[in-house]
Design a protein around this ligand. Structure first.
Ligand code: 5GP
Ligand code: ZN
Length: 115
């Protein structure tokens, strides 16, 4: 763990318990603490990379493949009407936790989750 002050390092590696939807050797998928909608989840690599600039291509590739698997599974489980998959880099773009993560945001007809 490169940055031991990073909350997502601690969550991804199981040091801090979380509502985990999926885990393998490289990733953990958790429920967001402040969900935009019901089922809002985050894909976290267990290794620390601050953002998309830093993450190795192979890990970035695996994270999008995992996003595809998760939204397919979550769509069935939640019966949602759509999905936003998004990923913020740097503060002006809305990043608040500086450990790479992808948001999986289920959308529901008329949910008004975003302006
Ligand atoms: P960002 O704004 O960096 O793209 O997204 C950070 C996300 O992490 C936010 O949606 C926020 O609600 C979520 N978050 C921040 N701290 C925690 C935490 O300790 N646990 C969980 N599960 N989510 C968190
Ligand atoms: Zn980290």
């Amino acid at each position: 763990m490169k940055d031991c002050n990073c909350i997502f390092c601690k969550i991804a590696n199981g040091e801090i318990p979380s509502a985990t939807l999926y885990e393998d050797e490289e990733f953990r998928v958790i429920l967001d603490l402040g969900p935009a909608t019901k089922g809002h989840a985050l894909i976290l690599p267990k290794e620390h990379y601050a953002n998309l600039y830093e993450i190795p291509e192979e890990t970035a590739g695996k994270s999008i493949i995992l996003a595809k698997k998760m939204v397919t599974r979550m769509k069935k489980a939640l019966n949602c009407d759509g999905f936003n998959v998004l990923q913020n880099n740097e503060e002006p773009a809305g990043q608040t936790v500086f450990h790479y993560h992808m948001h999986l945001i289920p959308r529901y007809e008329g949910d008004n989750a975003f302006p």
